[in-house]
Every structure is written in structure tokens, then in C-alpha cells.
Design a protein around this ligand. Structure first.
Ligand SMILES: Cc1ncc(COP(=O)(O)O)c(C=O)c1O
Length: 378
């Protein structure tokens, strides 16, 4: 079943022609399972195992799906009337005021907004390398100069080297914690001290897209520093643990004057479904916990498969694992793709490392089988 795509499965089950008349997927599953995500309901997944983009295959949760459908009654209206309740809810969640929050279409828009706000007029930006480069690449197109500082031996940010690259022209320092693609997490006091001290000289941007996955008790978000009025911007997303990557919603957290500057550069504005989805997701702690649990289970399977083949990897604090392929990653990716498993793109200069995202148990079995085949054919 795992290897059948949706169309093949329907044909096998003799249901293909009647499918649309019956009302699609939801008509084919028992009513209790109908409200569950497809994978949770045990239905076959569609096509290859998609382990390339750090998505959460379980989302949106049933409660969020319901909210999105409900919002259609209001989809002929501009969403402005609905943004305040979301700002209020996020402010309450973060222990700040609505003036500290900038809503964006995915955190990608927040990253680009910061790139635009701080990347002009010969600005310099400091980041680690590799990391999630959206902000830097956007600013670069606007003429900014980017100092890309190689990761250290543990593949974490080299904070000392990053600090040394700060000049009079530095307008922003970017940290990604946990980092993508490496999955590393900076020691709590180190990141806090680094951000606090550098924010006296420039703006510090902390990308916390994967913060929800951090399991260390009491590990600090850099919103702590925003609360004390520092020059720090934090980005968050609904794309990961909430499983809403296709809905496009995220937000920035910053001191009100900084937030106002950023807000002026936001281009997309939110859609009504995104607002409804986010509000419902914040009221669904059960799905949040479910996502974290499933992610931990999937990561354990990835570690097991990598251990079985003696492939080195970084212990990950996110929803993916970065591992050493021992050969050009593009070649490795092509071989995995031929086995029906899509893995992350190359991350130069680490061209013998591959990033694989967590997925459903089916996806993980598929990954383990494909890895075995690829390693055997090496
Ligand atoms: C570190 C990091 N930040 C931000 C994003 C952007 O996510 P989104 O635009 O879906 O919020 C990603 C996506 O993978 C990411 O890995």
C-alpha cells in the first residue's frame, strides 16, 4: 500500500471512476477518521516521500480545517477586521503587546521585510554559513554586503568569528536557532549573551522557526530580550509544528518602534483563511503536542537508519536531520529520488551533507529502505 499512489490505489480498489461522485477522500473513510489528517487516518500517501522541505505532514489539524472552511463565509471581505484578535492572541502568547507583533505571510515575508528595512544604503549583514539565507539573499539584491561566516567544527554558528566581522556599516546580525540546515542549538547562556551584547551595536535578528521543537527545559527565546527593550527581532512561523506551510502565516516580534518600521515594509498582508487558521491553531494544544511527539518518533527512526549505515549526523533540535553522505550530495539525492524519496537541496559549502525532514511512519520506512538500497549500490 505504501508504494501505491492515490490514483493507483483507487484503481486497485475499483473506486476510480466513482471517486468524484462519491465526494472525494472524505467519503471513503469512516466518519470518525474523516476528521483526521489523511496520514493519521491510515490512508496511502500520494507519490514520493516528500522529505525535502521540513514540513509537518499531519497538518492542518481537524480543528484548523474546520476553521478554514468556516472562514469562507467571510472571504469576500478584506481581512483587516480580523487581524486585531490574532494580534491580541499572539501578544498574550508571547507576553507582550499587539504593538510588538508584525503579521507576515509566512516568516519568509518577515525575513524579507527585515532584509529590506536593514539592507539598503550600503548596509552590511553578518550571518553564519550555511544557514537559512532568505533575509541575506534578499538584502544582497538590494545592494547589501553579506559577511557569511563558516560554521564551526560542530556545524554550529561560530559566534566569536561572527562578532569579529561586525563593522561600522553592520546593520543586522542574523542568527538561526535552531539552525537550518544543521539542526544545531546554541548553548542558552551563550546565545542570550551574544544577542544582548551585540544588540547594543546593531540589530540582532533571531530566526526561531524551529523553536517549538526545542526540548531543553527552560531554553530561552530571544523574545526575552525584546521584553527588556533591546534591539532584537524574533521571527516565528505557523509552517512547522502547526503544519500550516501552505497557508502562509508567520510573525515578527520586536520593540514597538522597530515593529512599526518593519510593518511599513510588509507587502502581502494576510488572507482570511490564514488568520482563521492561526487563531484555531493557537487553540489546539492537542495537535501541537501530537506534532511534537510524531516528530520525535520520526527522528528516532532516521537516527536508527543512519546508525545502521554508520553515517555521521548532527543531533537535531528541529524537524529534520543533517547527515554526512560521504559523497556528493547531488549524486546522493538523485539516487534517493530514484527510490522515491525527496531529500533537501545541497547546502554549500557542505556538499557532502544531506538534510532529510521528518515524515509519517510510512515516509520514514520508505526513507530507511531507500537509504539501504542507495548505500548497497554505492
Ligand atoms: C529557519 C527557517 N526560517 C524561516 C523559514 C520560512 O518558513 P515560512 O516562510 O514557511 O514561515 C524556514 C523554512 O523552512 C526556515 O527553515
Amino acid at each position: 500500500m505504501a508504494n501505491l499512489n492515490r490514483r493507483q490505489w483507487l484503481r486497485t480498489a475499483g473506486l476510480g471512476s466513482a471517486f468524484s461522485l462519491l465526494g472525494g477522500w472524505q467519503a471513503l473513510v469512516p466518519s470518525t477518521a474523516a476528521s483526521l489528517p489523511l496520514h493519521k487516518a491510515g490512508l496511502p500517501s500520494d507519490g514520493p516521500a516528500r522529505l525535502a522541505s521540513n514540513e509537518n505532514p499531519y497538518g492542518p489539524s481537524p480543528k484548523v480545517r474546520e476553521a478554514i472552511l468556516k472562514c469562507l463565509d467571510e472571504a469576500c471581505r478584506y481581512p483587516f477586521a480580523r487581524t486585531q484578535p490574532l494580534l491580541d492572541k499572539l501578544a498574550q502568547k508571547e507576553g507582550l503587546t499587539p504593538e510588538h507583533i508584525v503579521l507576515t505571510a509566512g516568516s519568509t515575508e518577515g525575513l524579507k521585510t527585515a532584509g529590506l528595512t536593514f539592507g539598503l544604503h550600503g548596509a552590511e549583514i553578518v550571518s553564519s554559513n550555511p544557514t537559512f539565507h532568505v533575509l541575506m539573499e534578499y538584502a544582497e539584491q538590494l545592494g547589501a554586503y553579506i559577511h557569511r561566516v563558516p560554521v564551526n567544527e560542530q556545524l554550529g554558528h561560530d559566534l566569536d568569528a561572527m562578532e569579529r566581522r561586525i563593522t561600522q556599516q553592520t546593520r543586522l546580525v542574523f542568527v538561526c536557532n535552531p539552525d537550518n540546515p544543521t539542526g544545531t542549538l546554541l548553548p542558552a547562556t551563550r546565545i542570550r549573551d551574544f544577542c544582548a551584547s551585540l544588540s547594543k551595536r546593531t540589530v540582532v535578528f533571531a530566526d526561531e522557526a524551529y523553536f517549538d521543537y526545542v526540548a531543553e527545559p527552560g531554553y530561552p527565546s530571544m523574545t526575552e530580550l525584546v521584553k527588556t527593550g533591546m534591539n532584537v527581532i524574533v521571527s516565528r512561523t505557523f509552517s512547522k509544528v502547526y503544519g500550516l506551510a501552505g497557508i502562509r502565516i508567520g510573525y515578527l516580534i520586536a520593540r514597538p518602534d522597530l515593529a512599526a518600521r518593519l510593518r511599513r515594509h510588509v507587502m502581502a498582508n494576510l488572507s482570511m483563511p490564514a488568520i482563521y487558521a492561526a487563531l484555531a491553531a493557537l487553540d489546539d494544544p492537542e495537535f501541537y503536542r501530537f506534532s511534537l511527539q510524531k516528530n520525535a518518533e520520526a527522528k528516532a527512526i532516521i537516527y536508527q537508519a543512519l546508525d545502521a549505515h554508520r553515517l555521521r549526523y548532527v543531533r537535531s533540535h528541529a524537524n529534520f536531520v543533517f547527515f554526512h553522505t560521504g559523497r556528493p550530495v547531488q549524486e546522493f539525492n538523485n539516487a534517493m529520488s530514484a527510490q522515491g524519496v525527496l531529500t533537501g537541496r545541497p547546502f554549500p559549502p557542505l556538499l557532502e551533507w544531506c538534510r532529510v525532514s521528518t515524515g509519517t511512519p510510512n515516509d520514514m520506512q520508505h526513507f530507511a529502505r531507500a537509504l539501504a538500497a542507495v548505500q548497497a549500490g554505492k
